[in-house]
Design a protein around this ligand. Structure first.
Ligand code: ZN
Length: 208
C-alpha cells in the first residue's frame, strides 16, 4: 500500500517452523522511506518492522529477513514471553489515577474505623493514621504511635486488611517481631498465619 511518494508500507511474511513441526507465517511490516540503511525492530507486542531505503528491491528485503530471521524470532519470543508474564491492567492511566484517588479516599475513611474497632478490643491507642502508597509495605507503626497503611489493601479481602490493622496495633505493645509480638497478634486474630500467607502469595496482585 503506497502512502506517499516518499514512503510506502507493505507486508512480508517470515516463514518458520515451530518446535512441534507446524509452520508459522509471521507478518513483518516493511516501510520504505528515504533512508540509506536497513533497520529491524521488534516492539513490546512482538510486532516486527523492517525499515528499508525507498528503492530497496524485493530480493534484498527477502534476503535481509532470511539472514536475520533467527535474531527476529528470538526477539519476538522474548517480547511475547514478557508480555504474557506482565500483569495486565484493564484501565488506562487516566482511569487508574482517578480510581486510585477514590480508593485512597475510601481508605482514609475505612482504616480509622477498623483501627477504632480493634483498639477498643486491645486497649491500645494510636496518635495518627496515614494512608500511603508503598510497593512492598502494607503498614507500619512509628514509635510516636503513627500508623501507616497502604491504600492497596482496599483491594484485598476485608479480613486481610484487618490483619494488617491488628499487626500494626500490636506494634504499639511490642515494637519488634518477637515471639511475644506474634503471641499478641494470635490472641486477637487466631488465623493470622493464613492472612500473612495470603499477602505473600497475592500481595503483588493488589494493583489497579
Ligand atoms: Zn510488623
Amino acid at each position: 500500500m503506497a502512502i506517499s511518494r516518499y514512503t510506502s508500507e507493505s507486508e512480508y511474511h517470515l516463514n518458520t517452523t515451530r518446535p512441534d513441526g507446524t509452520h508459522e507465517s509471521i507478518p513483518c511490516k516493511v516501510i520504505k522511506s528515504r533512508r540509506r540503511s536497513y533497520t529491524i525492530s521488534v516492539d513490546t507486542g512482538g510486532a516486527i518492522t523492517l525499515r528499508v531505503p525507498l528503492y530497496a528491491p524485493a530480493s534484498a528485503i527477502a534476503e535481509i529477513l532470511q539472514e536475520k530471521s533467527d535474531w527476529i524470532l528470538l526477539r519476538r519470543m522474548e517480547a511475547l514471553r514478557l508480555l504474557a508474564a506482565k500483569p495486565q491492567s484493564e484501565y488506562t492511566d487516566a482511569q487508574r489515577t482517578l480510581l486510585e484517588k477514590r480508593y485512597r479516599r475510601a481508605a482514609s475513611e475505612y482504616f480509622p474505623k477498623r483501627v477504632q474497632y480493634y483498639e477498643h478490643l486491645m486497649g491500645v491507642h494510636h496518635t495518627r493514621i496515614a494512608i500511603r502508597d508503598q510497593k512492598t509495605r502494607w503498614g507500619s507503626c512509628s514509635s510516636n504511635g503513627t500508623l501507616s497503611f497502604n491504600w492497596r489493601l482496599m483491594l484485598a479481602p476485608p479480613h486481610i486488611l484487618d490483619y494488617v490493622v491488628v499487626h500494626e496495633l500490636c506494634h504499639l505493645i511490642h515494637m519488634d517481631h518477637s515471639a511475644a509480638f506474634w503471641k499478641t497478634v494470635e490472641s486477637v486474630m487466631p488465623d493470622y498465619r493464613e492472612c500473612r500467607q495470603w499477602l505473600r502469595v497475592h500481595g503483588q496482585e493488589l494493583i489497579l
